[in-house]
Design a protein around this ligand. Structure first.
Ligand SMILES: NC(=O)C1=CN([C@@H]2O[C@H](COP(=O)(O)OP(=O)(O)OC[C@H]3O[C@@H](n4cnc5c(N)ncnc54)[C@H](O)[C@@H]3O)[C@@H](O)[C@H]2O)C=CC1
Ligand SMILES: O=C(O)CCC(=O)C(=O)O
Length: 411
């Protein structure tokens, strides 16, 4: 089952639990707009390369559409559609006034120089500038993109529309970015994990963690968990996997990754087969890289008691069922990683008001939003006697359906 089929399946289950009518179901299933563009750039050696870029805008009934832009070789329309739909439910779970969108370019950013990445980003922006904007659709970073990517989008967009900091979030603080946005998704993962553990009379301090992915989300989640006394035993990235049963020194590892570009070869740890990472013995497993990594094949070997989905759709529905039957508790992506889009919302608010916030205000508001969403999901789990994933889906779908119905159907 691909990512879109999986997302549609959870959506349809939520529709059934909520007893929504078929008109609403159909309207919410079909994306608002799908864009596919060709992006050709001169390479540094003078040759030309062409890439395909996508932006899928799923729904705007609760506000402007919102979601990241991913640069990865496996970016394709079906997955972008799934990710855009997940953004709609995620924004609603966080109760922020946005719809959902997602975009990406099928490329390997590790094979492109900074100047080539800049050219590619500018060409992509030229092709989509008239369908994005602070009241329309607001991109942000995702896998393979960064604050610098957002700065190039902002600059290119501003050539057409005048200086508009609110067109993107996750941009550099010097260009109107929010303090705390870079760490926000990882910090949200920490707050979500704290809420989950508290519910089970546990705390970060008593638990061991394994993290897949050591980019923006995985490294910040690891660092913040480490600072709270949690033991991060193993991590992986595209270069390899490492472990130290006594706990990795995340500060030293972060410095090492900044210098070398990956976790492979870190001195204070032993090398681990990346394929074995998900079945490492630990209390909490945090997938923070690609989608679909927990599947029929890998789920049966998972030894963690809890899974916190920092990545988008890391667990396919077959794995979801296997893990649920085994009593593994999963905090779903549309809640666990909603800290990023929540602080993106705070950034947009600061841009609209022209009034920056202190970092403390950003982080304390993020905590409030994460705790509120956890409580709201629990209420729906109790009402529908369902898993946290279906609690989150019913919460998100219910809020979006209500907004859709209130706006009416007159053309
Ligand atoms: N950046 C953000 O604010 C948000 C990101 N996410 C999701 O979190 C996940 C990670 O995103 P970022 O950290 O932003 O991306 P990133 O590009 O900063 O980092 C991705 C990490 O995954 C690693 N990776 C790639 N392929 C791998 C593999 N096969 N095995 C192990 N590791 C691998 C990379 O080496 C890198 O360490 C994605 O699923 C993304 O959609 C979700 C919400 C917000
Ligand atoms: O910060 C944002 O607007 C979106 C982040 C994102 O792409 C995600 O939550 O998957």
């Amino acid at each position: 089952m691909n990512a879109l089929e999986a997302t549609n399946l959870y959506f349809k289950r939520a529709v059934k639990l909520l007893q929504l009518d078929s008109k609403v179901e159909r309207s919410l299933l079909i994306p608002f707009r799908e864009i596919k563009v060709e992006c050709t750039i001169p390479r540094d050696d003078g040759t030309l390369s062409s890439y395909v870029g996508f932006r899928v805008q799923h729904d705007n009934s609760r506000g402007p559409m919102k979601g990241g832009i991913r640069y990865h070789p496996e970016v394709e329309l079906n997955e972008v559609n799934a990710l855009a739909q997940l953004m709609t439910w995620k924004s609603a779970v966080a109760n922020i006034p946005y719809g959902g969108a997602k975009g990406g370019i099928g490329c390997n950013p590790r094979d492109l120089s900074p100047t080539e990445l800049e050219r590619l980003t500018r060409v992509f922006t030229q092709k989509i500038h008239d369908v994005i904007g602070p009241n329309l659709d607001i991109p942000a970073p995702d896998m393979g993109t960064s604050a610098q990517t957002m700065a190039w989008i902002l600059d290119e967009y501003s050539k057409f529309h005048g200086y508009t900091p609110g067109v993107v979030t996750g941009k550099p603080v010097d260009l109107g970015g929010s303090l705390g946005r870079e760490a926000a998704t990882g910090r949200g993962v920490l707050f979500a994990t704290e809420a989950l553990l508290k519910d089970h009379n546990l705390s970060i301090r008593d638990q061991s963690f394994v993290v897949q992915g050591f980019g923006n989300v995985g490294s910040w989640a690891s660092k913040l968990i480490h600072e709270q006394g949690g033991k991060v035993k193993a991590v992986s990235d595209v270069t390899g996997a490492i472990k130290n049963n006594a706990g990795l020194d995340i500060t030293a590892l972060t410095d090492y990754v900044q210098k070398t570009g990956g976790v492979k070869g870190f001195q204070d740890a032993e090398a681990l087969d990346p394929a074995a990472l998900l079945s490492e013995d630990c209390d909490v497993l945090i997938p923070a890289a690609l989608g679909g990594v927990l599947n029929a094949e890998t789920a049966k070997d998972v030894r963690a008691k809890f899974i916190v989905e920092a990545a988008n759709h890391p667990t396919d529905p077959v794995a979801d069922e296997i893990l649920e039957k085994r009593g593994v508790i999963i905090l779903p992506d549309i809640y666990a990683n909603c800290g990023g889009v929540t602080v993106s919302y705070f950034e947009w608010v600061q841009n609209i008001q022209g009034f920056p916030w202190e970092e403390e205000k950003v982080n304390s508001n993020l905590k409030k939003y994460m705790e509120r969403a956890y409580t709201n999901i629990k209420e729906l789990c109790n009402t529908h006697n369902c898993s946290p994933r279906m609690g989150a889906f019913t919460l998100g779908v219910h809020r979006v359906a209500r907004a859709t119905l209130l706006r009416g159907w007159e053309a």
